[in-house]
Design a protein around this ligand. Structure first.
Ligand code: AMP
Length: 214
């Protein structure tokens, strides 16, 4: 199964993608995580990407698309995957169409993850992420067992620089302007599947599995 996960920042795309990836043995490809790894590794690409990410802006497509293409080309043909955070604009969607046509591996569905707008800010400002393994927690709904420490690997939990209130606002604007048009794009291709993720991640997964089976 080859899927895209689409949705505003804070809707829980990453958590849902991890759960589905585990359940269905899919590779979870998050361009945001790949970029954060480049920053942690102090690469040239990471340095350039950081200046955009810190402001809540999109990293230029040519930088993101090159790392995305490399990771897709490295996968065995039969390996299913979830793209989380890519594409984020029409030019990226068109690039991906071309890449997947070359690889002869069409998409099976595009999952639009949705929650009411008022929940988004709450979720993003309460989100902490493990600096080592990228596991995500929510201080209100899904706190770690020990404050500041990752349950999974014992790493330090941090707030992402781009989860600060002023950057959240910018990221939501960028989503509206650049990424939202993709809903129409994939609806026209009859690939769009909508999933409400406003309750727990487990319930979100349940609804997602049902929607994919339809
Ligand atoms: P995410 O972890 O998906 O929320 O992404 C965090 C940040 O990484 C975004 O706000 C963008 O600055 C950058 N980013 C991730 N994926 C992309 C993409 N496909 N195109 C451009 N920028 C991206």
């Amino acid at each position: 199964m080859r899927l895209i996960f689409l949705g505003a920042p804070g809707v829980g795309k990453g958590t849902l993608a991890s759960l589905l990836a585990n359940e269905k043995d899919l590779v979870h490809i998050s361009t945001g995580s790949m970029l954060r790894q480049q920053i942690a590794d102090h690469t040239e690409l990471g340095k350039e990407a950081k200046s955009y990410m810190d402001k809540g802006e999109l990293v230029p497509s040519e930088l993101v698309s090159s790392i995305l293409a490399a990771s897709l080309k490295n996968l065995p043909e039969e390996q299913g995957y979830i793209l989380d955070g890519y594409p984020r604009s029409l030019d990226q969607a068109e690039y991906l169409d071309q890449l997947l046509a070359e690889l002869k591996t069409p998409l099976d569905a595009v999952v639009l993850v949705e929650i009411p707008t008022e929940l988004i800010i709450n979720r993003l400002s309460a989100r902490v992420t493990c600096a080592d393994c990228s596991e995500v927690y929510n201080l209100n709904d899904n706190p770690p067992k020990k404050e500041g420490i990752c349950d999974k690997c014992g790493g330090k939990l941090i707030q992402r620089d781009d989860d600060k209130p002023e950057v959240i606002k910018q990221r939501l604007e960028v989503y509206e302007a650049n990424t939202k048009p993709l809903i129409d794009y994939y609806e026209k291709k009859e690939l769009l599947v909508r999933v409400d993720n406003s309750s727990t991640p487990e319930q979100g997964l349940h609804k997602l599995l049902a929607a994919l089976a339809d």
